[in-house]
Design a protein around this ligand. Sequence first.
Ligand code: FAD
Length: 398
Amino acid sequence: MPRTAPATEIGIVGGGPAGLTLARLLTVRGTPVTVHERDAGPDARTQGGTLDLRPDTGQRALRAAGLTEAFARHARPEGQDMLLYDRSGTLLYREDTPDPAPGDAPSPQPEIDRADLRTLLLGSLPPGTVRWGHALRDAAPAPGGGWRLRFDDGSTAEHRILIGADGARSRLRPLLTPAEPHHLGVNSVEGTVPAIDRTHPDLAAAVGRGTYWVIGDGDSFAAQRCTDGRVRIGLSLRGPADWPTTCGIPFDRPAEARAALLELFADWPPTCRALLAASEGELTPRPFTALPVGLRWPHRPGLTLLGDAAHLMPPVGLGANAAMRDALELADALAAHPGDRGSALRAYEDEMFARTAEDAARSDRMIRLIHSPGGARGVAAFFAPDGPAAGDLESSVA
Ligand SMILES: Cc1cc2nc3c(=O)[nH]c(=O)nc-3n(C[C@H](O)[C@H](O)[C@H](O)COP(=O)(O)OP(=O)(O)OC[C@H]3O[C@@H](n4cnc5c(N)ncnc54)[C@H](O)[C@@H]3O)c2cc1C
């Protein structure tokens, strides 16, 4: 028998950084919410790699949510270390995060594992806020006002205000705009080297405490340290959207896929190849997609989007930060317009459209730079404008 969940006025679809941050912010301000999340439970899938949270966006939202101390317990300032090489193995840029002395200001944008961020946000919500296993199928205006949601398990829910925080392939976005993510001409393959310090101390030393990154002739290889001794590797390769299925690499047979990728990376630095060989388990292909820069839509009463659902950007380190800042702006707008939800959603959307258009344009320039000929020097110059690799950043964008 299909169930109808009891309603809170505000319903959020999606329990990622955007949806959970908003749920926490509204809860501490006295507005109960329901988060409908597709995952069957908090541990239903691995949460991927690490995020650097910036002072004005991700950290600012956590501060407003009263979670600064919890964040500090999980944050890894040393995770900002970076070693950037070109494909010949020349070190072009190095960042070493100083160990803070007692009384020092915290480092500006420490890393946090995505799983730790989710755990800390989930732990800050009243029990029952998140409805697990609620994969939204569709939503439509409810006869008495508000929105009626139908889920894949046959259950339904109604909310006066509906917030789509359901990520890149949002089911709610089509209610506001026909825009869809387009492929960026790049695909990634992601994998994991577990317990690297114990199993491969030489590779652990090569990766260091943060990111080891090689950029070569339009493709790139990155290895990023996570909390529990894992290192996440990510290979980004130029190619069409159907590359994962047409490239001939059998991603459903990880050992064979690894061998095929090692062949593809035959002339890359030995550390890249050794990290790829040391990876265990699945190698997961993922197309890089983005929504159009500067996307906006006409306001529709009682419905809005935040995070990747609203402004999916190339993955160069701004998306989660923008998503959490969206949550803060929306919570602030709702508080600033008590009793007038329409004005609140309009004010939020006006600010969000302007702010994230800039982030999206910067992310677009950066992904093109990384995947252009000479990208390694261009990226090094971006990080150290006065350093030895400095040149004309714009002129090295293909
Ligand atoms: C490889 C990679 C590295 C990145 N690194 C960084 C970084 O360092 N810094 C940074 O700021 N950003 C980074 N990003 C971007 C960042 O991951 C996203 O911008 C961020 O996760 C967006 O948060 P969100 O909550 O909007 O969406 P998501 O994180 O995608 O969360 C959406 C949630 O909605 C749920 N959901 C989806 N569909 C439904 C449905 N139909 N019904 C119910 N629930 C649903 C999902 O299960 C998920 O929990 C990276 C992205 C990638 C791909």
